[in-house]
Design a protein around this ligand. Structure first.
Ligand SMILES: [Zn+2]
Ligand SMILES: [Zn+2]
Length: 339
């Protein structure tokens, strides 16, 4: 039996271990991918710390996977060996439940498939993926470039493009980390009057390099008041995991403005008065499915948007994970599979 190396979580909250496993065989409706790169995402804590009910261990994390199809099982139309593909958080859907029949594949009622959570993910030399979860990677993107785009990228891009802003509208991005540095780029390239909101004056030059037209330092300025001076935001993309910093910007929304929440903060307190006067809303946004990932990568090629990445070989996954969790990563961490 041919073997591969994988990085697995043996049980909830246990340290990563590098193990030798049998190379998995794809079952009906799936393909096997020879992994080239896999991003390390903050949401890998779901696997590392056992935050998803019923998660089975040992489990290989990783849901920002890029590689080449090397085996195709039965019941897989369209995909062939040799195609370069990416797999994100959305690990698949049934296609026949009511939610799927309405096109809401992310809300599939038959099963929840999350790459690297309900099945083994991309911290390995090979992984199995369901066919509907595959996104074609454009030739212009290297594996390391593409990997963060199918989680951090699609989450910010797909949220912004569905948030109701039109070119020229005021759009603010709160936070300049792994999600925010992509959000500012996508907002600017989409033609919005883009405001970056970060902590400290020292981030301003960087925010402007990313394409921000305006910068608000939320340590010394009131972000809501500053946004109102600019006319009020149509959309504010909240990438932080700090509920207080999110609440502080709600007053910066214009009429019919939306706070789009993609940072998984435990709680967020908003005054109903703020929502009622101005018909404002607070909306959560799920990442996206495989076609959204393809659109994200295509737009990134078209516009030149790229994630800034620190690269670690797979053997140093634990170090890369700690680096990402510490908040020191500039701005995403990506694993590469050597052999
Ligand atoms: Zn992720
Ligand atoms: Zn379904």
């Amino acid at each position: 039996m041919p073997k591969m190396r994988a990085v697995q979580v043996p049980s909830a909250r246990a340290p990563f271990e590098i193990v030798e496993r049998d190379i998995p065989e794809p079952g009906p409706g799936t393909v096997r991918i020879k992994v080239q790169a896999c991003g390390i995402c903050h949401s890998d804590t779901v696997t590392k710390d056992g935050l998803f009910p019923g998660i089975e261990y040992p489990r290989v994390p990783g849901h920002e996977v890029v590689g080449v199809i090397d085996a195709v099982a039965s019941g897989v139309p369209r995909w062939t060996a040799g195609k370069r593909v990416a797999v994100g958080w959305h690990g698949g859907n049934c296609g026949y439940c009511d939610a799927c029949r309405r096109g809401n594949f992310f809300a599939c009622q038959s099963f929840t498939a999350i790459t690297g959570v309900t099945s083994d993910g991309g911290y390995a030399e090979y992984m199995i993926a369901r066919a509907e979860a595959l996104a074609l990677v454009p030739d212009e993107l290297s594996p390391v470039e593409a990997a963060p785009l199918v989680c951090a990228g699609v989450t910010t891009y797909n949220c912004l493009r569905n948030a109701g802003a039109r070119p020229g509208d005021l759009v603010a991005v709160v936070g300049l980390g792994g999600l925010g540095h992509l959000g500012v780029q996508y907002a600017a390239k989409a033609g919005y009057r883009t405001v970056a909101i970060g902590r400290g004056k020292d981030k301003e030059a960087f925010a402007r390099e990313l394409g921000a037209k305006f910068y608000i330092d939320n340590q010394t300025q009131d972000p809501a008041a500053e946004l109102q001076k600019l006319g009020g935001a149509k959309v504010i993309l909240a990438t932080l995991t700090d509920g207080d910093a999110m609440a502080a910007v709600v007053g910066g929304l214009g009429a019919y403005g939306s706070l789009m929440v993609i940072g998984a903060t435990p709680s967020l307190t908003v005054s109903p008065i703020q929502l009622i006067f101005g018909n404002r809303s607070v909306t959560g946004w799920y990442s996206g499915t495989s076609i959204d990932s393809e659109d994200t990568m295509a737009f990134s090629v078209l516009s030149g948007v790229r994630s800034m990445n620190e690269v670690f070989p797979m053997e140093r996954a634990a170090e890369g994970y700690e680096h990402m969790m510490s908040g020191r990563a500039r701005f995403r961490a990506v694993l590469t599979m050597g052999s």
